[in-house]
Design a protein around this ligand. Structure first.
Ligand SMILES: *Cc1c(COP(=O)(O)O)cnc(C)c1O
Length: 395
């Protein structure tokens, strides 16, 4: 049973499907913004599990909630009532657009629910072949529906045929967006800041164009806040800092406090669109994960923490922009894309940073992405800056 003596990389190579390119490091413990590997080396984690561990690793409140719930009841299926999931749904809805939530286990699943909801709603309005307008550069997940909504990946013919009915328009062209929305449009689906494509904020004009086009056509505006939500940008939800409010919002990543959780929230007019038998998921909203999510909400819902996210984000960006080799920064709050000068390869910076004890990632060849835990200290922000300055100067 014990893995002692077995080379982990070899084990992974032999038995795990090779869908991930993994860095050669084995993490064994985490606390706050720190991780430790199997050799005892300490790292400053400025990726936080791609924004899943926004409360930091092993936050005492999450650990306590999980311990207590795990010893009481982990899951019963969704054939029965359990309290933590219902409380979590209330928490998500009350803090955002009201209405009702469908709980699930991941981001892709949250978007699948949104896609089904808006298609059913469109059929209810007599639209025979509903369309969903999406933006180029978007990432909505890797299940077949979410993949079909992700233009760059739906170009990969290995997995065709994709779901029909998705129309992609450029991110920065409000007129093209307006023109793409019509009688057949069920929804416009947008990530307020495109995370996987390199932390690229969608311009306010494009969001307003989407909102107006939806209002005049009867379509639903979906915001994918899977990465931007749960405090990442310095407000609980990123849309709060934009001129628009969605009708449907999806979230996941940080929602579970490090455990797998997602949600699709529908505003009051749309909360009853999906009826018994229309949708479901065996594990979704179970007591264990919901308890962790409620604890994460207690931590992240604190206005003082959200103010700190904005302040530390500003401090980090100011510092980054002074580093030789940094061409500029993008993003909001503690969701930051760092564009490097031409000739500097982000993959090399990421590898050298890991070696130096700083974890970041490279969503594209010219950009590194910082998603530190929201509980990060000023000292750690400053430490990340000096580590990055050093690493970039050597790359
Ligand atoms: C990560 C992400 C997803 C997919 O979430 P999974 O939990 O990996 O399925 C979808 N949309 C956005 C914006 C994301 O960042």
């Amino acid at each position: 049973m014990s893995g002692e003596g077995v080379d982990l990389a070899a084990l992974d190579r032999e038995w795990v499907m090779p869908t991930y390119k993994r860095a050669p490091v084995e993490f064994v413990r985490g606390e706050g913004a720190r991780l430790w590997d199997s050799e005892g080396k300490e790292y400053l984690d400025f990726l936080a599990g791609v924004s899943t561990c926004s409360v930091g690793h092993c936050h005492p409140r999450v650990v306590e909630a999980v311990r207590e719930q795990a010893g009481m009841l982990t899951h019963t299926s969704n054939l029965y009532l359990t309290r933590p999931g219902a409380e979590l749904a209330r928490r998500i809805c009350e803090s955002s657009i009201g209405g009702k939530a469908f709980l699930c286990n991941s981001g892709a699943e949250a978007n699948e629910c949104a896609i089904k909801l808006v298609r059913k709603h469109a059929h209810g309005r007599g639209v025979a072949e509903p369309e969903i307008v999406v933006l180029e550069g978007a990432f909505h997940g890797r299940t077949m529906g979410a993949l079909s909504a992700t233009p760059s990946m739906a170009a990969n013919e290995s997995f065709s045929p994709y779901l029909p009915g998705f129309i992609a328009v450029p991110r920065d062209d409000p007129d093209a967006l307006r023109a793409a929305v019509g009688k057949r449009t069920a929804a416009v689906m947008i990530e307020p800041i495109q995370g996987e494509s390199g932390v690229i904020p969608v311009p306010g004009e494009a969001l307003v164009a989407a909102r107006e086009a939806c209002d005049s056509s009867g379509a639903i505006l979906i915001l994918d806040e899977i990465q931007t939500g749960m405090g990442r940008t310095g407000s609980l939800w990123a849309y709060e800092q934009t001129p628009v409010r969605p009708d449907v919002m999806t979230t996941a990543k940080a929602l579970g406090g490090g455990l797998p959780a997602g949600a699709c929230v529908a505003a009051p007019d749309y909360g009853d669109t999906l009826q018994p038998g229309d949708h479901g998921s065996t594990f979704a909203g179970g007591p264990l994960v919901a308890s962790a999510a409620l604890a994460a909400f207690d931590v992240i819902g604190d206005p003082a923490l959200l103010r700190r996210v904005r302040e530390l984000g500003a401090r980090l960006r100011e510092g980054l922009e002074k580093i030789d080799g940094v061409a500029g920064t993008r993003g909001r709050g503690l969701m930051i894309g760092v564009e490097l000068d031409e000739g500097i390869d982000s993959g090399e910076v990421v590898a050298a940073a890991l070696e130096a004890g700083l974890i970041v990632n490279a969503p594209r060849p010219d950009t590194i992405r910082l998603l530190p835990p929201l509980i990060v200290s000023e000292e750690d922000v400053d430490r990340s800056l000096s580590l990055l300055a050093d690493v970039i100067s050597r790359t």
